[in-house]
Design a binder for this molecule. Structure first.
Ligand code: UT7
Length: 324
């Protein structure tokens, strides 16, 4: 017998305000057609003035707890992945913990930008499998709109705000791929590419939080290679092929990255969960948002084998193979 971390609830939260491509085209030198053709994005949600990452995270967390049928007092761990915390410190996870009324256990943030949710899931899984926690809340939440230069057409059309959350519960498994829960996670980083996707500020390098800078074409090229590699790595560990996977839930950065990765892998496009058209790139929130959507609408069902993958600034990238 071994311990598995099973997903017992999912939740999502998107800000009310939707910004369409047409609205952006009225403000900067771009067109709806260019954005759709190059990215597949039609619209994105943007947080209201004063609406913080913790607000979106708390709402997603409450919905995940409700879908799990448990209260916050049952949690003993919160890990929140974000590159856009409410404050430099304390951790946004602790703010969410306070709002949920959970006052025991541990709460902390993880920063791996767009791969943050996969990193957070990986860490939470370790806590559960070693018996250090029984029930964990893992959140990906971002307000990337605050990091954007809204005059820069190269970047501002690409991102949106949102949050997604899952509740993990430690349960016994047999140690094979029929077990329900996280079967394995695979995370990587390569700091040689630090400067290709970053903010030009931060607490120890400047007095401002900075704005997002990206060498888009290079990020694109690396994304397709690393994502295809890490998917292959996850499958190889379990002696599986892509035919065994019921749903691929990829990071939603750009429709062309998504399609390019799926084509490189030879995966069936109809088994890919896509939200980038409506959410744009919500960084650490994108995978749990897409997962929560596909669970809520009944595409992803109990027993399905789901593969999550993401790649982001750092570079960081990773994948998790999960039996729902
Ligand atoms: O999670 C990881 C986070 N980031 C990403 O995944 C982003 C990865 N990269 C990408 O998604 C793509 O590289 C972009 C969408 C950013 C750009 O697409 P591209 O096909 O690589 O375009 P490009 O960078 O080669 O730019 C083509 C042209 C440029 O004009 P010039 O210099 O050739 O005259 C840009 O100035 O498109 C221009 N351009 C735009 N035109 C209209 C860039 N942004 C826009 C825009 N509207 N919004």
């Amino acid at each position: 017998m071994i311990t598995r971390s099973r997903i017992i609830g999912c939740g999502a939260c998107l800000p009310d305000r939707i910004v369409t491509n047409a609205e952006l085209a009225a403000r900067i030198d771009t067109t709806h057609e260019w954005i759709v053709e190059r990215t597949g994005i039609f619209e994105r949600h943007v947080a209201a003035e004063g609406e913080c990452t913790s607000d979106l995270a708390t709402r997603a967390a409450e919905r995940a707890l409700a879908s799990a049928g448990i209260g916050a007092s049952a949690l003993d761990l919160i890990i929140l992945a974000t590159a856009t915390p409410d404050h430099t410190f304390p951790a946004t996870a602790v703010r969410v913990q306070g709002r949920l009324g959970m006052n025991r256990g541990a709460a902390f943030d993880i920063q791996a930008v767009c791969s943050g949710f996969i990193y957070a899931l990986t860490v939470a899984d370790q806590f559960l499998r070693t018996g250090q926690a029984q029930t964990a809340l893992v959140i990906g939440a971002e307000t990337f709109s605050r990091l954007l230069n809204w005059e820069d057409r190269n970047t501002c059309v690409l991102f949106g705000d949102g949050a997604g959350a899952v509740v993990l519960h430690a349960e016994p498994g047999e140690g094979n791929a029929r077990d329900r829960g996280i079967l394995s996670s695979h995370i990587h980083a390569d700091g040689r590419y630090y400067d290709l996707l970053k903010t030009d500020g931060g607490p120890s390098s400047s007095r401002s939080i900075g704005l997002l800078r990206m060498v888009g074409r290079e990020v694109f090229r690396h994304a397709v290679i690393h994502l295809a590699d890490v998917v292959g790595e996850a499958l190889a560990v379990h002696h599986m092929t892509l035919a065994d996977i019921d749903w691929l839930v990829p990071h939603q950065a750009n429709r062309r990255i998504l399609d390019g990765t799926v084509r490189k892998l030879g995966f069936a496009p109809e088994k890919v969960v896509v939200t980038v058209d409506r959410h744009a790139n919500t960084s650490a929130a994108s995978v749990p948002l897409a997962l929560a959507e596909a669970v809520a609408d009944g595409r992803i069902c109990p027993g399905h084998l789901v593969l999550l993958e993401a790649m982001g600034g750092g570079f960081t990238w990773g994948a998790s193979l999960i039996r729902m």
